[in-house]
Design a binder for this molecule. Structure first.
Ligand SMILES: [Mg+2]
Length: 351
């Protein structure tokens, strides 16, 4: 009996076991006040028709963990770091109370453009997802019919080869001239982007070149591009994004990843915390969901969104609550990332 007790005392007082126990209790804290939502999207947006998100509340308020389903644990870890920061760390000093917003236009038929753009009242910058010139030029005409003075961004999601980019951007320029604010990630490789930047009259923005290579040396990116697109969750949260911005040294656009209004509110705080903000931000994307679950509603009014913390609307939560099976899947995902990928420093934020 005596031996048993002393063995137990030795066990519980060893640093590694204490670390394990505190980590275990911290993880339980995340599951204390959480839910999973599954919200249909209005259109097929990057192959997604249902957006799932794990929402949880910490001492600072609600936060959101929603890496896309196919992302592995290593890639999703930064999303969890952002989510934990959002729930457990206070927002930094905010330099502005509202954020100018761009409309985000998915690949929908041209005759539906005007109706969709009504989701973004007062927004004069339009970001369009595009495949090429032939199938998207009419959609751009529809944008200009709706909003003749629009500033337009084309987002290619790294979908063009260098020769396609040369051809399509030539075609766009010949038809629409200096309409474009920038072209977002026309090609995948940095070499192609650098070549393109030296040849075309449009500015080049990088999104995937940053998001898929976090941890790389970004010091030469300012020679390859004009604008950096950064997102709260994939970048690892507000503090991590500030660090990235200072490494990259380019004007920044804060965008989103089809977040619910909970994640969007953290994106707004990120945009509000930047020293300078030259461009409208892509944070009006709850318009892509059939309905959002956050209050207040995270939508632009007169082209801007106020910076406020979002809270789940109980009625919407009940309506879009995920199945028990999907909820368990998300809890397993959080647990796996916590146990295998999450930095100890981040675990220490949870108490
Ligand atoms: Mg993009």
């Amino acid at each position: 009996m005596l031996i048993k007790r002393s063995a137990t005392q030795t066990l519980v007082s060893s640093p590694s076991v204490l670390n394990f126990m505190s980590s275990h209790f911290a993880l339980r804290d995340i599951f204390n006040d959480c839910c999973v939502v599954a919200i249909p999207t209005k259109t097929d947006f990057r192959g997604i028709n249902i957006r799932e998100a794990f929402l949880f509340r910490g001492p600072q308020g609600w936060s959101e963990f929603a890496p896309f389903i196919e992302y592995n644990a290593a890639e999703s870890a930064r999303w969890l770091e952002a989510a934990i920061e959002g729930a457990y760390k206070p927002w930094p000093e905010l330099k502005r109370k509202s954020i100018p917003i761009n409309a985000t236009l998915p690949r929908i038929p041209a005759d539906q453009v005007a109706k969709f753009l009504n989701n973004y009242p007062g927004c004069t910058t339009i970001k369009m997802k595009v495949n090429d010139f032939e199938s998207d030029a009419d959609r751009l005409e529809a944008v200009l019919d709706f909003l003749p003075d629009a500033k337009v961004r084309l987002d290619v999601n790294a979908g063009w080869s260098l020769s396609q980019a040369r051809q399509y951007l030539h075609d766009y320029f010949m038809r629409f001239g200096h309409l474009f604010e920038y072209i977002e990630q026309p090609c995948e490789s940095l070499e192609d982007l650098a070549t393109l930047k030296s040849e075309v009259p449009m500015k080049i923005a990088v999104d995937e070149s940053i998001r898929k290579f976090i941890g790389s040396d970004f010091s030469s990116l300012s020679e390859i591009a004009d604008v950096a697109i950064l997102k709260w969750a994939p970048s690892g949260g507000i503090a991590a994004t500030h660090k990235l911005i200072s490494e990259i040294g380019l004007p920044t656009v804060i965008s989103s990843a089809i977040d619910t209004g909970i994640g969007i509110s953290h994106g707004l705080a990120l945009a509000a915390s930047l020293d300078s903000l030259e461009y409208a931000c892509g944070l009006g994307t709850t318009a892509l969901l059939v309905e959002d679950i956050a209050l207040p509603l995270m939508r632009p009014i007169a082209g801007v969104m106020d910076v406020v913390r979002g809270e789940p609307n109980p009625e919407a939560l009940a309506k879009y609550q995920a199945s028990a099976e999907r909820t368990q899947w998300w809890e397993n995902r959080v647990t796996e990332i916590w146990n295998t990928e999450l930095r100890e420093e981040v675990k220490g934020w949870v108490s």
